[in-house]
Ligand binder design. Structure first.
Ligand code: SF4
Ligand code: SF4
Length: 70
């Protein structure tokens, strides 16, 4: 199973809860900030589509799409 994310960076408040919640640790906080001045998560390869980030985020930043092969 793999996943794709839509990250609505302008909704992010920079709490970093998603970083620790991601089991394969493929999220990292950006160096840049959004319009509100917060750093936001960026995705590295290896997302499994587990939805942990979506569940933990208090600001509904993530939409997770699960991709099944075949
Ligand atoms: S869906 Fe799961 S694996 Fe993918 S970024 Fe979110 S927490 Fe990490
Ligand atoms: S949990 Fe949500 S609000 Fe917090 S840093 Fe991650 S995306 Fe931003």
């Amino acid at each position: 199973m793999s996943g794709a994310l839509v990250i609505e960076v302008e909704r992010c408040k920079g709490c970093e809860l998603c970083i620790a919640a991601c089991p394969p640790r493929v999220l990292e906080m950006s160096r840049e900030v959004n319009a509100t001045g917060y750093r936001y998560p960026i995705l590295h390869p290896g997302c499994t589509g587990c939805t942990a980030c979506q569940l933990v985020c208090p600001d509904a930043v993530f939409e997770v799409y699960r991709l099944s092969s075949g």
